[in-house]
Design a protein. Structure first.
Length: 464
């Protein structure tokens, strides 16, 4: 029987005191040696052999708490998987609870297995046995290290080492972001500037750095978004020169971009801070057309509960900020306000005329409907016979139809004895309509033709 190799475990925890319970459980689960670290960056360097290794320490697995001193356990797992030689290193991530939310949060982070607190030594031992069963030997890893490209891991480790310093000040993150911009490491720059946003003094600069990073990634939509945020931040911080510079850059990319000066002035006007609003308007004048500025201010005054009081308060603020030079700007605002009032009145009259016209049309339609209903009530209902076409009319009889007509004898036949003494038979019934038409004088030519035919017929009868 061969002896199994000693089980070495690298334990990661937020602090040494918090690691004491896990260390004791690992000992009871059969670990021969347990080394503890609180920094994810330091542990990654140790595992990648970027620092001198511990004597005779070859970890077969890593047991990592969800929270470390410089990063989360999920971040550590994701960074570790960037190293080709550490892709199959077993990592047991210990969760604070067995809730479904905690488990879903860790999906895809790179952990080999999950273990929720509180856990038993038996369950911990089962996990360690399963994770270390197929672990590749350390000697093979050392031989493969010479043929492996670890540049992605090295860059990530360097960036995390900068971002996750023990002293986490916004200024540090900002400097890291600027350094990443110089190296064209856009993703790392964005991560650094996002952390620098928590510092109010550097918020505008961090947003400006975010804009540059997104432009480097050729995402112009987010580039304009962060430029606008940076300009608004500089306006709120009263950094007028930076605000105008960033806003001018934004206008070159998007001419229809929102004006941060007017947005801030409008908010202050609605709050009743007319002196501060006047100061912002004065600083907005170099980058804002006078007509646009006066029209926007007039529109805000018109929408107020007391437009005249708001205008007077703003004029007083402009007078204190500009002195005699406030007159032209105040006059333009008043002129714009009067024009907006005239337009609003004209629009109101148009809407009133439209409502009256619609009401008249509706009334006329009601009158027509009432008249139609009254007429329908006065008209007696029609029967089925009345409704049929031609009902009540007597059609004249058609000659030769429905009457007994004597049949003429064949040509040359002698009449019988009972008919010899009778008078000559009348012309055939088919000729009667023609005779009637001829007698009416409606067609003289046709009458002559009928007369000739009658005469010829009589001659033929007489010869017989």
């Amino acid at each position: 029987m061969t002896n199994s190799p000693p089980l070495h475990i690298l334990l990661l925890a937020e602090s040494e005191p918090k690691a004491a319970l896990d260390r004791r459980a690992l000992r009871e689960a059969g670990a021969d040696r347990v080394e503890c670290r609180t920094s994810g960056v330091e542990a990654a360097r140790l595992l990648a052999r970027l620092v001198p290794p511990l004597p005779d320490f070859f970890p077969q697995a890593v047991v990592c708490s969800q929270r470390l001193a410089d990063m989360d356990g999920e971040q550590f797992c994701a960074m570790l998987r960037l190293h080709p030689l550490l892709l199959d290193l077993p990592v047991l991530l210990i969760l604070p609870s067995d809730s479904e939310a905690e488990q879903l949060r860790t999906l895809g982070c790179g952990a080999s297995a999950l273990l929720a607190r509180p856990y038993s030594v038996r369950l911990l031992k089962q996990h360690l046995t399963a994770l270390t069963a197929a672990r590749t030997g350390q000697e093979e890893l050392e031989r493969a290290k010479k043929l492996t490209d670890t540049r992605a891991f090295d860059r990530a480790l360097e960036t995390y080492a900068l971002l996750l310093k023990p002293v986490r000040r916004p200024e540090d993150y900002f400097r890291v972001g600027m350094s990443c911009l110089e190296k064209r490491q856009w993703n790392h720059a964005i991560a650094a500037f996002q952390r620098a946003l928590h510092g109010a003094l550097l918020e505008g600069k961090a947003q400006l750095g975010m804009a540059v990073a997104w432009k480097g990634k050729e995402d112009m939509l987010r580039y304009r978004e962060y430029l606008g945020q940076a300009a608004a931040t500089f306006v709120r911080a009263r950094q007028w020169h930076r605000a105008r510079e960033v806003y001018a850059r934004l206008l070159r990319s998007d001419p229809s971009a929102k004006n941060p000066f007017l947005a801030e002035a409008v908010q202050l006007m609605r709050q009743g801070a007319y002196d501060q609003a006047a100061e912002v308007l004065v600083q907005a004048a170099p980058v804002t057309p006078r007509a646009h500025l006066s029209a926007r201010v007039a529109d805000v005054c018109l929408s107020a509960t007391e437009p005249q009081a708001m205008l007077q308060g703003l004029e007083a603020g402009l007078q204190r900020a500009l002195g005699p030079e406030a007159g032209p700007l105040a006059d333009d605002i008043r002129a714009s306000l009067e024009e907006l009032r005239r337009q609003a009145e004209a629009h109101r009259r148009e809407e009133q005329a439209e409502r009256q016209w619609r009401a008249a049309r509706a009334a006329a339609a009601e009158r027509r409907a009432a008249a139609t209903a009254e007429k329908t009530q006065e008209t007696p209902p029609r029967t089925a016979a009345d409704a049929s076409p031609g009902a009540g009319r007597v059609r004249p009889p058609i000659p030769g139809v429905g009457q007994k007509t004597p049949v003429a004898a064949p040509w040359g036949a002698m009449p019988s004895a009972d008919t010899a003494d009778k008078t000559s038979p009348a012309p055939p019934q088919l000729l009667l309509p023609l005779e009637t038409e001829a007698a009416s004088g409606q067609a003289s030519g046709l009458g002559d033709l009928i007369t000739i035919m009658q005469y010829t017929w009589r001659l033929a009868r007489g010869k017989k």
